[in-house]
Design a protein around this ligand. Structure first.
Ligand code: GRF
Length: 203
């Protein structure tokens, strides 16, 4: 199954997917890495792994629909079957999201549906919660919403700062994203409303 990864920056989750795809038993490969920002570290990671890259800057387009149409065209031309948002900092239009059905994944650094949006780590600490975590979900038009595929929880410790919590969650993200891609790419996921059912292995 061919993946298209959309990034805007550091690309550590992209790296986790690159590493997962190096395993011959992993059911997916990255066909294209697309960034809306030039010169970001994620692009370097892709080049190093021999993966085709492309920069499509949102600044070159007159509005979201035109930008998303360019993304869509590029992804489809590369034969992409599953789109992975990996630190992609642009909202996608409902038209784009709907046209890909259940084939767009996003990773978010909170236990959704808590703490959608930005600044999630500090908000989790300030809430007094004892656990935080990450979520990989199928993308729906509303931000950070959609059927949840994989979650991982980590403790919030006394004395945690935004940075220490973010680092603990990031380690969990790097396991959760490949796991979610593996499930979706191997056709084991059935979506029922907001719930994902994972088929039991048959062998
Ligand atoms: C991650 O924390 C991810 O959950 C969020 O943006 C960050 C991207 O980090 N959506 P990276 O670019 O994958 O290192």
């Amino acid at each position: 199954v061919k993946l298209g990864c959309l990034i805007s920056g550091r690309g550590s989750n992209l790296q986790a997917l690159i590493d997962a795809c190096a395993d011959p038993t992993f059911p997916a490969e990255i066909a294209l890495v697309l960034s809306n920002k030039p010169g970001v570290m994620g692009l370097e990671r892709a080049v190093k792994a021999g993966i085709p890259t492309q920069v499509i800057s949102h600044k070159d387009f007159d509005g979201r629909p035109a930008f998303d149409a360019a993304l869509d065209q590029t992804l489809r031309a590369a034969g992409v079957e599953i789109v992975c948002l990996a630190g992609f900092m642009r909202l996608l239009t409902p038209e784009f999201v709907t046209s890909w059905g259940d084939k767009i994944l996003n990773i978010h650094p909170s236990l959704l549906p808590a703490f959608k949006g930005l600044d999630t780590h500090q908000r989790a600490i300030d809430s007094g919660a004892r656990f935080a975590g990450c979520t990989v979900h199928i993308v729906r038009p509303a931000m950070d919403e959609g059927p949840i595929l994989v979650q991982a929880a980590v403790p919030i410790l006394d004395g945690d700062t935004e940075d220490s919590l973010a680092a603990r969650i990031l380690t969990a993200e790097h396991k959760a994203y490949p796991e979610a891609v593996r499930l979706l790419a191997s056709g084991k996921v059935t979506v029922e409303g907001l719930r994902c059912r994972i088929d039991a292995p048959t062998d």
